[in-house]
Design a protein around this ligand. Structure first.
Ligand SMILES: NC(=O)c1ccc[n+]([C@@H]2O[C@H](COP(=O)([O-])OP(=O)(O)OC[C@H]3O[C@@H](n4cnc5c(N)ncnc54)[C@H](O)[C@@H]3O)[C@@H](O)[C@H]2O)c1
Ligand SMILES: O=c1ccn([C@@H]2O[C@H](COP(=O)(O)OP(=O)(O)O[C@H]3O[C@H](CO)[C@@H](O)[C@H](O)[C@H]3O)[C@@H](O)[C@H]2O)c(=O)[nH]1
Length: 432
C-alpha cells in the first residue's frame, strides 16, 4: 500500500517507519523544513530506542521517504494518516484542533482518486464528522472515506508497542475502508493484535477513555501511597497484592511523581471538556486531574520534611528530568514545576539526564547540569531520583557521595528501602 503520514512527531514518524518496515511504501511529510532536511540525512528528531536503525534501513531500501511537499505526497498515496499535534487550547482545557483542520483542508484540495483519510492524532469525539464536512465541500463522497484509527504507543516503547499492540481500533462504517485497513494491519493481527471495527465516534472516544483510565489508575495508587506513608505500610506491597487480581492487573500501579508527558495531562483535560460540551459530568476524571495537579506540591512538602525545613543553600541533585525513562520528552514533566519552586526557596540544584538535556533550566539561576551521575551526586545534600532510567538503578552511593550527611529521595522506588537501611543510608521513597 502507498501511505502518507502527515506530521513527523512521535506518532507520524514511528508508525510511518514501522509501516514501511512491514513492506508498505511510506512518505512522511512535515511542514517543518528543518526536520525533513535532517531526517533525509538520518538525523532523528526524537530519542526513541531502536528508531534510528529502522529509519536508516527503510530509507536505504527506498520504502521510506521524507517530504515537505504535502500536495505531491497526497497525490501519490492511497491512505493518508493525519498525525499532527492536538495540544490543549491556550484559553481553555479543550483540544486545539487547528493543526488537524488545516491539514484536512489542504488534503481536500488534492484528491484525484479514492483515498482513506485517517485521524491517528488523538481527536475529540465528532472531529471525524467535522473533517467529513470539510471534504464534502470540495470532493465527491465517492472519492474519500474518513476513518478514526487512534494510536496507543508509549514513548520509549514506541516500536514494540506499534508492532505488538493489544488492539487495533478502526472507526468506520465503510466496508471498503475496513477491508483495506484490516489487510494493512494483517501482519500485526497475525502476531496476536485484536482488531476492532467500530463506529468512528466510538473509536475517537476509546482513545480518550483509555488514557483517562490509565491516569486514574496511577492517581489512585499515588493517593494510596500518601496513606501508606502515615501507617508504616509499603505501597509496593499494595501494588503487588492488588495487581495479582487479574480484574485489576499489575500495570500502571507504580506510585511516583505526578504523571506527565504529552498525552495524559492534555487528554484528561480534553475528555472533561467534551463531557462539559455535551452537558454530562465526568467527575472521576475531574478529580484525577485535580489530584495530579496537587501531587508536585505534596512531594515538595515531603522534600522540605526530609531536609527538616532547612532548604536555604542546600545542594539538591536531580537524577533524570524527563517525564519518564527512555524518552527525551520534557512535556509536562513534574520537575518543570518542582525545580523552580525549590530554587525559589533557596536551594541550589544540579541535575543529570542520560539524554544530555543541558538547556532545560538555563533561564533559572542556581540550576546547573552535570555531565554524569558521578559528578552529579558527589557534593549533594539530597539526591532526588526523579526518572527511572536504568543508569540510576545500581549507583554506589556510599562511594560516590562525598558529603557524609546526604539523603536520598527515590521518587520512583527503584531501590529497596530495606537494603538502604542495612547500609545505613538515609533513604526516603514514595509510599513507605
Ligand atoms: N506522543 C505520543 O507518544 C503519542 C501517542 C499516541 C497518540 N498521540 C497523539 O498523536 C498526535 C501527534 O502527537 P506527537 O507527539 O507525534 O505530535 P508532535 O506535536 O510532536 O508532532 C506533530 C508534527 O506535525 C507537524 N505538522 C503540524 N501541522 C502540519 C501540516 N499542516 N503539515 C505537515 N506537518 C504538520 C509538526 O511540524 C510536528 O512535527 C497527538 O494528537 C497526540 O495526542 C501521541
Ligand atoms: O505505573 C505507572 C505508569 C506510568 N506512570 C507515569 O505516567 C506517565 C505516562 O507514562 P506512559 O503511559 O508510560 O507514557 P506515554 O508515552 O505518555 O503513553 C501514554 O500516552 C500515549 C499518548 O496518548 C498513549 O498512546 C499510551 O498508550 C499511554 O500509555 C509518566 O509520567 C509515567 O511516569 C506512573 O507514574 N506509574
Amino acid at each position: 500500500m502507498k501511505l502518507c503520514m502527515i506530521g513527523t512527531g512521535y506518532v507520524g514518524l514511528v508508525s510511518g517507519v514501522c509501516f514501511s518496515d512491514l513492506g508498505n511504501d511510506v512518505i512522511c511529510v512535515d511542514k517543518d523544513l528543518n526536520k525533513i532536511k535532517n531526517l533525509k540525512k538520518g538525523i532523528i528528531p526524537i530519542y526513541e530506542p531502536g528508531l534510528d536503525e529502522l529509519v536508516l534501513k527503510n530509507f536505504k531500501n527506498k520504502r521510506l521517504k521524507f517530504s515537505s511537499n504535502l500536495k505531491d505526497s497526497i497525490l501519490k498515496s492511497d491512505i493518508i494518516f493525519i498525525c499532527v499535534g492536538t495540544p490543549t487550547k491556550k484559553n481553555s482545557s479543550a483540544a486545539d484542533l487547528s493543526q488537524v483542520y488545516n491539514v484536512a483542508k489542504e488534503i481536500s484540495t488534492s484528491i484525484n482518486k479514492f483515498k482513506i483519510i485517517i485521524t491517528k492524532s488523538t481527536v475529540p469525539v465528532t472531529t471525524g464528522d467535522e473533517i467529513e464536512k470539510i471534504f464534502s465541500k470540495k470532493v465527491s463522497k465517492k472519492l474519500f472515506s474518513v476513518v478514526s484509527n487512534p494510536e496507543f504507543l508509549r514513548e520509549g516503547e514506541a516500536i514494540r508497542d506499534f508492532i505488538y499492540p493489544d488492539r487495533i481500533v478502526i472507526g468506520t462504517k465503510d466496508k471498503r475502508s475496513n477491508k483495506i485497513l484490516k489487510n494493512l494491519y494483517s501482519p500485526l493481527i497475525s502476531k496476536g493484535a485484536k482488531y476492532i471495527n467500530t463506529s468512528r465516534r466510538a473509536a475517537e472516544l476509546i482513545k480518550y477513555a483509555s488514557n483517562a483510565f490509565l491516569a486514574t489508575k496511577i492517581t489512585f495508587i499515588n493517593e494510596l501511597s500518601n496513606l501508606c506513608e502515615k501507617i508504616d505500610v509499603n505501597i509496593e506491597d499494595i501494588s503487588i497484592g492488588m495487581g495479582l487480581d487479574k480484574r485489576i492487573g499489575s500495570r500502571f500501579l507504580r506510585a511516583g511523581p505526578a504523571y506527565g508527558g504529552s498525552c495524559f495531562p492534555k487528554d484528561t483535560k480534553a475528555i472533561v471538556s467534551t463531557s462539559d460540551k455535551f452537558k454530562t459530568n465526568l467527575s472521576v476524571i475531574k478529580s484525577v486531574i485535580k489530584s495530579n495537579n496537587n501531587r508536585s506540591s505534596l512531594l515538595l512538602k515531603r522534600v522540605f520534611d526530609i531536609l527538616n525545613n532547612n532548604i536555604q543553600n542546600k545542594r539538591i541533585c536531580f537524577l533524570g528530568v524527563t517525564f519518564k525513562a527512555n524518552t527525551d520528552d520534557m512535556r509536562d514533566s513534574s520537575c518543570l514545576s518542582m525545580i523552580p519552586s525549590l530554587v525559589k526557596k533557596g536551594a541550589k540544584i544540579n541535575y543529570f539526564d542520560p539524554t544530555g538535556k543541558k538547556n532545560v533550566f538555563n533561564k533559572i539561576k542556581n540550576v546547573t547540569f552535570s555531565n554524569d551521575v558521578k559528578s552529579a551526586i558527589t557534593k549533594a545534600d539530597l539526591i532526588i531520583i526523579h526518572t527511572e532510567w536504568n543508569d540510576f538503578k545500581s549507583i554506589n552511593f556510599k562511594k560516590g557521595v562525598k558529603n557524609k550527611n546526604y539523603k536520598i529521595f527515590d521518587m520512583r522506588n527503584i531501590y529497596s528501602a530495606k537494603k538502604m537501611k542495612e547500609q545505613k543510608i538515609k533513604y526516603f521513597a514514595i509510599g513507605c
